[in-house]
Design a binder for this molecule. Structure first.
Ligand SMILES: NC(=O)C1=CN([C@@H]2O[C@H](COP(=O)(O)OP(=O)(O)OC[C@H]3O[C@@H](n4cnc5c(N)ncnc54)[C@H](O)[C@@H]3O)[C@@H](O)[C@H]2O)C=CC1
Ligand SMILES: O=C(O)C(=O)Cc1ccc(O)cc1
Length: 291
């Protein structure tokens, strides 16, 4: 199969996600020029030094000139301002895609800025990451064997959708297509809820000085459960704000579940507790293998 090489790919926000994409594309030679855009000159200098991008600038006209595809890899709250600054420099061939953790809010931002959903706009979300952020955490293999969800709009063209899918597949990802609404519901439950629970647990224990330096006494279970509480607060603030409805729904669902669990513990209902733990263990063991 012949590989398609684009002339120029621009990554806006050269951090963990954008940097990993850029590094992978560069390594595979899928664009003649991989360009990074950002506001922090030191970060851009580092991105070039680490060979994450070929070139970098803080000038949007330069970043968008001759660009075949632009990936927005900034926190969700920065999507609309970034789109506003792209708009005057957008060329007809440029495909716009993104890596945001919620999808409807990005679609709304594009609609707000362009007054329509362009045929060259294809939203996406790589389900890969880690609690570290920034360009120094960028890894060209981050997406290998991970899912990438694409949520094309009713206006996304076949050609733009196939180009976006093709790049993620070339990076080793398994691409799946779904609606933005379903995406936001599913990831509120499976990703956003656990992150908020981890933040809440760590914060709650931190606020109990009577336990002393409680983190000294934690074991592997606490480490596993709380790892994601080391994630970037800006990113998680934005996810909570921009997928608020679905996240609030699943937080309430979880609270209701705890409300049912508390009397089982209080009344030492061993049988009901065993059943609950057994059902959960079987579900996890069946669906989440060796992880
Ligand atoms: N970290 C993770 O595990 C995952 C994150 N995502 C999504 O990817 C996006 C990026 O996240 P990360 O790479 O983890 O964050 P990051 O903090 O590592 O990188 C974000 C970059 O965007 C830059 N930036 C912020 N505002 C900007 C603006 N207005 N203009 C230009 N650059 C700007 C920052 O300086 C930074 O270099 C977010 O939307 C996040 O929801 C998606 C999947 C996984
Ligand atoms: O660190 C982890 O385990 C994650 O779950 C990473 C992650 C964070 C946000 C996303 O939108 C997708 C993946």
């Amino acid at each position: 199969m012949t590989k398609t090489v684009l002339n120029k790919i621009t990554v806006i926000g050269v951090g963990l996600i954008g940097g990993s994409f850029a590094k992978g594309i560069k390594k595979l030679g899928l664009a003649k020029n991989v360009h990074g855009f950002g506001h922090n000159p030191e970060n851009l200098k580092l991105a070039v030094e680490l060979q994450v991008v070929d070139s970098a600038s803080s000038d949007m006209a330069e970043a968008m000139q001759g660009c075949d595809l632009v990936l927005l890899a900034v926190p969700l709250g920065a999507m609309q301002p970034v789109l506003e600054s792209i708009k005057p420099h957008l060329e007809p061939q440029t495909i716009i895609t993104d890596a945001g953790s919620a999808k409807q809010s990005v679609i709304d931002a594009v609609q707000n800025v362009f007054g329509e959903l362009p045929k060259n706009f294809v939203p996406g979300h790589p389900i890969a990451g880690k609690e570290q952020s920034g360009v120094t955490a960028a890894d060209e293999n981050l997406y290998v064997d991970h899912r990438v969800i694409i949520t094309p709009t009713e206006n996304s063209s076949e050609q733009a959708t196939e180009t976006v899918k093709g790049l993620w597949k070339a990076l080793g990802a398994n691409v799946e297509v779904m609606s933005a609404g379903f995406h936001d519901e599913v990831f509120a439950a499976t990703s956003h809820l656990p992150h908020l629970l981890a933040f809440a647990l760590v914060e709650m224990l931190h606020e109990h000085p009577e336990l002393g330096n409680v983190f000294k006494y934690t074991a592997g279970g606490f480490r596993d459960f709380s790892r994601i509480a080391s994630s970037d607060p800006t990113m998680w603030r934005d996810i909570s704000v921009f997928n608020s409805e679905a996240i609030a729904k699943w937080l309430i669902e979880y609270r209701d579940y705890l409300d049912q669990m508390i009397p089982l513990v209080q009344h030492k209902d061993a049988q009901a507790l065993y059943q609950l733990f057994e059902t959960a263990k079987n579900a996890r063991d069946e669906h989440i293998v060796n992880r």
